[in-house]
Design a protein around this ligand. Sequence first.
Ligand code: FAD
Length: 572
Amino acid sequence: MSMNHKRVLIVGGVAGGASCAARLRRLDEKAEIVVFEKGPYPSFANCGLPYYVGDAILDEAKLLVATPNLFRTRFNIEVRTEHEVVGIHREEGKIEVKDLRRGSVYQEAYDALVLSPGAVPVRPPLPGIDLAGVFTLRTIPDSRAIREWIQGSDAKRAVIVGGGFIGLEMAENLTRRGLNVTIAEMLDQVMPPLDHEMAEYVYMHLQDNHVSIHLGDAIARFEGTDGRVTSVLTQSRARLQADLAILSVGVKPETKLAKDAELEIGPRGGIRVDESMRTSDPSIWAVGDAVEVMDAVTGEFCLVPLAGPANRQARIAADAICGRTARFRGVQATAVCGVFGLTVAMTGVSEKRLLQAKNTDYESIYLHPTDHASYYPGAKVMHLKLMFRRSDGLVLGAQAVGEQGVERRIDVISFAIQKGSTVFDLEEAELCYAPQFGMAKDPVNLAGMVAANVVRGDVSLAKWSDLPDCGAFLLDVREEEESRRGSIDGAINIPLDQLRQRLGELPRNRPIWVSCAGGHRSYYAVRILQQHGFDASNLSGGYNTWEVWYPEGLPSGETGESGEHPSRSRAA
Ligand code: FAD
């Protein structure tokens, strides 16, 4: 590699590719940098596409973050759009490029090559998938095609296959366009990265916003007439009417070039890179959705197709190419999604992943604080779940759902996880506060306090999953009036303020599982009971958590298996 005039070629000109190119230029004014992008635009805002479909973004040009002209004039970077890299000749240090406008093929030599080819939407080989009106969403032309289809076909009903991030964003945006939307999801919950009960808040919110949801049933085929989609048939033979179908069942890393060039591919199907984003070839780096990276919490390789990691990895690859020491510290899947005014955010591991990994050294707690002081107008409840290591309180993951202030709390916890913090650190975290913004005990502090009580042994937790066959005495310490409005099946109400006088009504030969509305009063009650010699545990999050764990009540006559949620009945 000539140290003075490095020639760096970059495959893919959007999130990772564009970011890497710009960083390279800042570090090396002399390098020759050429970006190859097979699509018509470099550096466009993929994340904004659902909102363009939904008319929240009206001007398509706003999706173009930087043009080839800007790359040339400001960064002295050449961007060749509609140029597809079709091969890598590693031994010669060359790539083969196809000019898609002219059809010609040519070669270019590199000192360093960066692959940022992204991912491709999964298209299961189902009958009818090629019918007109069945779309995926990845590029500006995809979003334009969906817009034109809605206008041109007077579409009224849309089926979204897959209830993850893009599926939910599309549900909101197509509803905004006036379509009747059904989400069809193979799993028994929407938003698969969330734990089942946290996804229940999202489910209810979607229903409140008139989205039909069909769970636990995979798609069998797309049906149509005259080559156009008219319905989607599920494996249970439900027929969902559709003038338009959006496939949002995930993405897979774009690895064709890397595979053809015999670069190492990891077990998750992504390009294998080291900490400086270098592939198995020392002259080739790879970043973004195409690579697999280390999960910083579990230590396992994983695929996290998100823009934040792609941009950070791109900077690290640029640093490494320029001889700097740079290390990507892994991902923890910190993500956020907005749907009909609800914010859904998460970081680190979910409880279901802990269960899958047969990890037994953890606890999870729930709380339902307001985003800011409840006396100040406009406060909204958020639902927060925290996972931590039982033995030492290390923070492992968090999920939150609510209308305000959700992403801020998850960001704080995300950073805590990155720094290896414990629940005691969350308890002590100094966060900004004024009544309109937060609480003197911020939700993050509260989560730390609740969890720290568990780690210190001040309170023991009862498991919601064990409720159906727990054999415990269920004590509800809310006020009578609250309890009359709805209560946990089988719970006996003794308001907290009467508890000391009514201890004689409680059994001493059975565990007592205590609940209230959100977990606060029940904590007081558990402390009282424990000090009076009772075997008492807290049902974390109280009635508010019960409503999402058992939305249809306890399974009658049967008992749930430990750790599993009762599935929602399928409905569309
Ligand atoms: P991309 O940004 O996809 O860029 C890859 C580019 O490489 C493509 O333009 C492709 O045409 C080009 N390419 C591929 N092969 C070749 C080749 N052989 N030759 C030349 N060019 C090639 N992430 C978030 O964090 N938050 C969000 O809210 C969010 N919303 C999203 C919404 C949508 C609809 C989509 C599709 C994605 C969203 N993402 C979001 C994900 C995020 O956009 C990606 O993680 C990120 O763009 C990945 O960057 P990348 O550089 O790896 O791939």
